[in-house]
Design a protein around this ligand. Sequence first.
Ligand code: C5P
Length: 231
Amino acid sequence: MPKLKPAELILALDVDTLDSALQFVNKLYPKINIFKIGSQLFTAYGPRIIELLEQKGAEVFLDLKYYDIPNTVAQAVAAAARLKVKMLTLHISGGKAMVEAAIAAAEAQAKISRIKRPLLIGITVLTSRDSTAQEVLNLAKSAIGWGLDGVVCSAQEAVNLRQEIQKDFLIVTPGIRQTTDSGDDQKRTATVKEAVSAGSDFLVIGRPILKAENPLARTMELLGDLYGTRN
Ligand code: C5P
C-alpha cells in the first residue's frame, strides 16, 4: 500500500530527569514535533511530563507497552486518551480481546472528550528477544485485522510487512542510525533513508540525538536525510 503522508522523526526521551527532558524539547521542538515518553520518565513524573510537553505544542507518543487483562488495558488506554497523547503502544500478544477492548476504550473516550482518538500501535516481538520474520508477520497481521492503527518493527521487518499486508497501516521503526553512528545495543539498525524506503511512517531515534555533542545540529542532519528522501 502506498503511504499517505511523509515519514516523521520521533525523539525517544530516554533521560533521567524532567529538566533534561524539557531541555531537549525546548531545543528541538518544533524541528521535532513528537516526543516518546517511556516507562523511565513516566514512572518518575507521571502525567505532568505529558502536560508540560503538550503545553509547548509538542505531541506525545506514550510508550508504556500495555499488557494486562482487557479491562485493565482499556482503562489505561482511556486514561491516556484523556491526556490527549497522539499515540500509544500495547503488546499484540495480549490477544484479541485485549486489543479490541483497548480500541473501544480509545474511541469511547475520544468521543466523550471530543478529541481525536490516540493511534494504537502494537508491539510485535521485543527486539531484545529472538524472533522469526514469520512470528512478527503473524502478530502484525492479527493486530491490523483486529483494528490496531499500526505496529512497531525494524526496517528489515517493515519491508516484509508492507509486502504481505495489503492494508493501510502505520509502521513505527526504532533503531535509526546514521552510517557513522554506533549501533549501541540495537541489533537491527537502519538509516533514515533505509527505514523510509522500507515503508516506515515514524522513525524513533534516541541516543544518536541525546548523546550528540550538538543535538540540534544532529537533528538537522537527520531531517536533511528525511527530506532528501522521496517518501
Ligand atoms: O537510543 P535509541 O535510538 O536506540 O532508542 C530507541 C528507542 O526505541 C528506545 O526508546 C527504545 O526503548 C525504543 N524501542 C526499541 N525497540 C523496540 C521498541 C522500542 O528500540 N522494539
